[in-house]
Structures are given as C-alpha cells and as structure tokens.
Design a protein around this ligand. Structure first.
Ligand code: SAH
Length: 465
C-alpha cells in the first residue's frame, strides 16, 4: 500500500496501539494517534518521534482522507465502531487481534529496508509468524538493506549499459553475490561502488572468492550463521573428510562438492594440490567455500591456503568455527579455565613432545594450564609418559571425547597414568580430543566411562561402527 505522505490513523493509547505505531513509524505515512488516554511510555515515544496525538474521543470525521485505519483500543465494541466508520468512508481497516473485523492483515516483518520480507498467517497465529520471522532474520545478513539501497542506485545505469535478458541477469547475480555484496557486508560502501562500477564495465569478469569456513565439530547446528549463509551461496564446496555429510549438505543442492580428503592414512589430495585447486576455482570466477572441521585456523593448514590465495591475488575471508576442544569441553561440562586452578590454555598436537628437549607448552602444563591435544590418539602414550617425566602429576585428570559435539559422541575419563590405554581403544574410529589438566576434576563424569576399562579389546575390534 502506498502510504507516503498520507494519513494512517491508529485509534487507542495502550500497548496494542503502541506496537502498531512502532511498526508503522517504519513507513513513510503521516501517523496520527487518536486516544483520550495514552500510556506514559507511548506518550513519550510519540513526543520524541514527533507523531501527532489527538487527545479526544474517536469521531468518524477524523478519518477523512486517511489511507488506512487501525482500531487498537483494546475494547471490542469500540474497535467495531472504528472499523464500521472506516468502512463507511471506504477506508480499509484493521482491528488488532480481531481477525474477523480486519479488511487486511499486518504481517510480521523482516525489515532490511528498502527490502522487506512479510510473513502473514491471515490472523491465525502471530506466535507462529514470529517464529518464522526469527528464522528468516537469521538467514538475511544485517547489511542486506544497504546492498538493496546500493542496487537501487545502479538500476538505471544497468538498464543503459547492460543488455537486457541473460547479460543483465548475470550482472545482478554477480552484483548481489560478488565483490560488491562482500564489501557492503564489511561496511565498505566506497569499495562496493568501485566493484559495482567495474562489474558494469566488464560484467564478464566476475571475480571468484574463497571463504575459509569453520564447520564446527560436526553437528549441523554448531555452525555459525555466517558459515551457513556462505554455504548456501557457494558454487563449490571443498571440504575435509572430517566434516560430516549432514554439514556439507547445508550447502546449495546444486553446488559442486569436492572432498579434499586428509584423514589419517588416506590422503586423497596433497596440501599443494588443495592450494592449487582453490586458486584455480577462484580464478574461474567461482564462489568457493573451503570447509574445514572445527575452526579453520586451528591445525587446519589455513596458513598455507591463505598464502596461496594471497600470492594469486584472490580475495578471501575467514569464518571462525567451534573448535574441537570447545565442543569436547562442552560435552564434558568441563571448565577450561577455572578461578584459582587454571588461567591459561594450550592447543597442541603433542607431536613436538618427541624430541630430546621439552616444548614450552609442557612447562605451561606443569604450571597449571589446561591442555587440549588434537590428533593425539596414536601418540597418547608418548604424551602421557613425557608429561609425567617432565614433572606433571600422574594423577592429573584426563578427559577424552570421540566425535565431540555430535549425537554419537563418546566420553572417557581417567588420569595421566591411564592415558596410554587410549591407544588400545581401537573401537574409537572417529576423531578424538584429549583434555589434560586440573580443571578436568570440575567436569561431569556420569556420562563417561573410564579410559582404562578392563575389557577384551580384540573382541570389540570392528564390532562397533
Ligand atoms: N580445525 C580443527 C582441528 C583439525 S585437526 C578444529 O578446530 O577442531 C583434527 C583433529 O581435531 C582430530 O584428530 C581430533 O583430535 C580433533 N577433532 C576434530 N573434530 C573433532 C570432534 N568432533 N571430536 C573430537 N575431536 C575432534
């Protein structure tokens, strides 16, 4: 409904009227509130927003020339009188929470002005509409309004310079999904304009982009909203073997998927090959998501990939994820830092424990740091023995989680003395995170089993999973 400069009348001074006023204040209508009594907060708001308040009883004559009328008195008979007066004057009316009296409904709104998404339930379920709204809110980046506004400014230029049909569609596709959109997202409108200008002049040269994205520990709902959005926009998803199918499937169905492998013992592509692949995909104009387990910057070889992208002058971004140590700590309800117990934390693979000299982090562990050991199952015995030798108490707590953050996770606990037994646990086939430190004592153990459970290991082999 075009309401710019026209009167929209709200009758009522209570909470319902206030809610409608707040909604309509987002439009360009001339808002008029009619109420003899107005709640103080509403009155303050009206004054602050310079909205007209007529402190008089409702009168049909007030509706003259109005575009829309809202009856929000909170009283059914009064609302009905307002609606009837509006109808008699040929003005569409809405009565708050009285669908039977409404000529039209006001939808729940996801506002990214000038873009708006309206959710209507024909008055059936405002709560349902709010739930749907919350989900759509999450899907649309906050910067979308600014991008839409920028697009408005390029419409006539695009009509003049880019051929109608396929080429123009391609232009807008590249505009909304390419560099201009990314710049707006970063709040850099100047660069967005430059990218859009470039696109107008050379629409065929759409530039590729790589996002190094953290997939989290493997549960679909432990991924960030930004990661989810990028997955849905990607042309190609290059993922590690550790990222479960369900998470990769959050991407567009027609996106190309490339498994980059890299699971212990079955390297399907070398790091150099992966770097080359990312560069060549981006150079061909593709939007690439490089999906890595956990956080991309933690034992993810992102450093090499970023270097290759920088060398090839390709634009890229990094999206953090929930790293395995955090997922495992959450599963165990284990405080990684604890007042008076541990005030620092170490992320390590333990692989550097093999040499003759002790790595710095071992010293930190002895001073009370909590240690998260990645990729540490096969060298668990080494880690334990070396730490004990270095002076860490053999009674120091150890928490182990296989498939942390996932429904099929498995929790084990014990002490440093028990840790070598982990290597014998051949039934653990998923990724394993080990946390060592005094804070482990603060964890919850009723869902975990002892690491060194006396069981017939060979009989178990291959039986589970
Ligand atoms: N970038 C990843 C780590 C990659 S290194 C992150 O931030 O989590 C791979 C190691 O991470 C595995 O050997 C294992 O030790 C750990 N890991 C990854 N996902 C895991 C999970 N869901 N549960 C337990 N450990 C996990």
């Amino acid at each position: 409904m075009r309401v710019a400069g026209r009167a929209v009348i709200i009758v009522g001074g209570g909470e319902e009227a206030f809610a409608k006023a707040r909604l309509l204040a987002q439009s360009s209508a001339e808002l008029v509130v009619v109420a003899e009594q107005v709640e103080p907060a509403f009155a303050d708001w009206l004054a602050k927003n310079e909205i007209a308040l007529l402190g008089q009883p409702f009168d049909a004559a007030l509706l003259k020339g109005a575009a829309l009328v809202f009856a929000a008195t909170g009283d059914e008979a009064a609302d009905r009188r307002v609606v009837e007066a509006a109808r008699a004057a040929g003005i569409p009316a809405n009565a708050v929470d009285r669908p039977e009296l409404c000529d039209f409904f006001t939808p729940a709104l996801v506002n990214r002005a000038p873009l708006a998404v309206a959710i209507g339930t024909e008055g059936a379920g405002p709560v349902l509409a709010q739930k749907v709204r919350a989900r759509i809110e999450r899907l649309l980046p906050p910067s979308l309004g600014a991008l839409a506004a920028l697009a408005t400014g390029y419409r006539s230029l695009a009509e003049q310079l880019v051929e109608k049909g396929q080429p123009r569609r391609r232009f807008w596709n590249a505009f909304f999904a390419g560099e201009a959109a990314r710049n707006v997202e970063q709040g850099d409108i100047e660069s967005a304009r430059r990218a859009a200008d470039q696109l107008l002049l050379h629409p065929e040269e759409a530039t590729g982009h790589v996002a190094l994205v953290g997939a989290g520990p493997g549960a679909e709902d432990l991924i960030t909203l930004r990661a989810h959005r990028l997955l849905m926009e990607a042309d190609v998803i290059v993922h590690d073997a550790l990222v479960p199918e369900a998470v990769v499937s959050l991407g567009r169905r027609d996106a190309e998927r490339i498994a980059a492998g890299k699971r212990k013992g079955c390297h399907s592509k070398s790091q150099a090959e992966i770097n080359e692949l990312l560069v060549s995909l981006a150079l061909s104009g593709k939007r690439v998501v490089r999906l890595k387990a956990g956080d991309p910057l933690v034992f993810g070889r992102a450093g090499e990939e970023m270097q290759a992208l920088r060398d090839a002058n390709i634009s890229y971004e990094v999206v953090p994820g929930v790293t395995a140590a955090f997922a495992a700590a959450a599963d165990f309800e284990l405080p990684l830092t604890l007042r008076g117990v541990a005030s620092s934390m170490v992320f390590t693979t333990g692989h550097d424990l093999k040499g003759a000299s002790l790595p710095d982090w071992a010293r930190l562990a002895i001073d009370g740091a909590t240690v998260a050991v990645y990729m540490g199952r096969s060298n668990a015995a080494d880690v334990a023995l070396r730490l004990i030798k270095a002076g860490l108490s053999p009674d120091t707590g150890v928490a182990v989680v296989e498939n942390a953050g996932q429904p099929g996770r498995r929790l084990l606990h014990g002490t440093l003395t028990d840790l070598p037994a982990l290597a014998e646990r051949t039934e653990l086939t998923g990724p394993v995170m080990t946390i060592i430190g005094d804070t482990v004592a603060g964890a919850r153990f009723d869902r975990s089993e002892p690491i060194a459970a006396r069981r017939n290991v060979t009989a178990d082999c291959g039986a589970s999973r």
